[in-house]
Ligand binder design. Sequence first.
Ligand code: SF4
Length: 437
Amino acid sequence: MEPPMAQTADTAKTSYQGQMHLLQKEIMGRYFERVTRAAEQGDGKAVFMLISGNPVELVHAFDMIPVYPEIDALQLAVKKAALPFIQKAEELGYSMDNCAYVKADVGLFLGGRKTPFATIPLPSLILCNYVGCNVYLQWFEHLAEYCDGKIYNLDIPFMRDPSGKPSPEDIAYVVHQLEEVIAICEELTGKKLDWDKLKRIVALSGETGELWAKIKSLTKHIPSPFDNYFDSVTMMAPLYCLRGTEDGLKFFQTALREMEEKVQMGSGPLPEERFRFVIEGPPPWPYLRTFRDLFAKWGAVAVASTYSTVGGLWEFGFKHDPNRPLESIAEHMLQWNVTNRNFLQRYEQIRRYIQEWSADALVIHSVKSCRLFSAGQGDMREYFTKELGIPTLLIESDLEDPRYFSEAQIKNRIDAFFESLEHRKLTHKTQAAGATL
Ligand code: SF4
């Protein structure tokens, strides 16, 4: 069945390309130019890091360049350029079941480090912030071995206490490691850490996180001014690469202004918002547009997503504190990002999104090669469907490998789900009308 509004994917496409998008292109373009200069002219020292709960503030404090292999891998996927690199890694012996981000990145690393968006430099430091995903460890160990590079593994204890809070010992343990990282950066750059500069950077991160939290709370409005999954992606790159910089702050100030204007005008990303959903799991990057259009044609807008919290969870009250720079970086890594939290905390996060963001349904995108996200999602579906009575759809593909995206199959599942949601809405309306007769 076609959606009643008979919106085709084309007519339902999001239309706005505001100031925020132009600014994002400009500042991310400058970032990738800097990355390329480091690779091609030796201008600057690169630090490889991972997205989840990263200590980018320290890297900026030494004027080093944060490089995220996850962002490189996902950019390759978006540009439909990942498969040859994945296959190169498979030829080297990486299994079909390995994380496809790892394979794309290893293929790229050993295959010239040239991408359509930047040339990736060799790292001066491979800083493995082990937050949540055990694949990180081997991934960065492999990179270090391939380039004989310097590696430091930040060991971040998992949030195992039912309170969901780190112990004082956990925080002290991470702070001590951050001090070791500072010593390494001092040695690599020949400069002592400027504590005042670090505090200014941490303050900028605090302001940036606060703006991001405000932006995300705007999607509680009906209609939501933007899609908090597909459009959040535009904001996530500056959040990770440029958090703690003036460019990053300016971007989030612009984005907030623009989104507040949209709220004032009552406009959203689609001509009509008919369904509001929460989504769990990373997107299928090689088919991002196709995937988005499958929801758009039903007038379905994602009002919240767990994926947009992989690098940090600011919407529930966290703010970097310049007066406790290392402690607050440690708290961010330990407590305030989805990947280092236990499953019950993730349930609670999703439950709050559904209730506080007035969502009709939960969609779980299960990613074949990402065990960190997909392990336990079957139970999650049971919990939300059976315990909480929330309509929940589980679909599967991959975040990087285009061979695992079956458009026809996913379209059928999404269409059937929204058709039944439509029916449910109509039934509720009829019952409510009957009750008032
Ligand atoms: S398994 Fe998932 S979280 Fe871990 S590196 Fe791969 S994509 Fe990232």
